[in-house]
Write a protein of this length. Structure first.
Length: 142
């Protein structure tokens, strides 16, 4: 399933959203069947990222349908991260969820989520993720 998720993410990056979505849906179906909460979260993060597109955090301009679906998927990913009890699983959903919150017009929630997640990443010393979250926070409008 990890390989399929990586392929789906590569397809998303290459601008093939339909193929990427099919891959993420397959991962989601398998992980639902096996009870793998981290895998479910990863699949939903991928589906949410497709809805967000490849626009930077501070420059999101999406139609309401895409933003709403992205927000739904990413909130589900965040909840799965909470249920898994693994801080890192939840932290991986933070940056795309913050983008979706910003796209929906809730910049304060995006900022709060990033600040909370940054504190947790500092405690875990998750340096690559920490750098990504710091960058996302810096891109938020003042």
């Amino acid at each position: 399933m990890c390989m399929l998720r990586w392929v789906a993410d590569a397809q998303r990056t290459l601008g093939r959203p339909a193929e990427a979505a099919a891959g993420f849906r397959e991962v989601l179906a398998h992980t639902l069947g096996s009870g793998d909460l981290a895998g479910q979260s990863a699949a939903r993060i991928g589906l949410g990222r497709i809805g967000l597109g490849r626009i930077g955090l501070g420059r999101i301009a999406l139609d309401a349908g895409d933003a709403a679906e992205a927000l739904r998927q990413l909130r589900a990913a965040d909840e799965l991260g909470r249920r898994s009890g693994q801080s890192l699983v939840r932290a991986l959903a933070a940056e795309p969820l913050a983008r979706a919150l910003l796209a929906s017009g809730d910049a304060p929630a995006a900022r709060g989520l990033l600040e909370e997640t940054l504190a947790g990443c500092r405690r875990m010393e998750a340096r690559p993720l920490l750098a990504r979250l710091e960058s996302a926070l810096a891109e938020l409008p003042a």
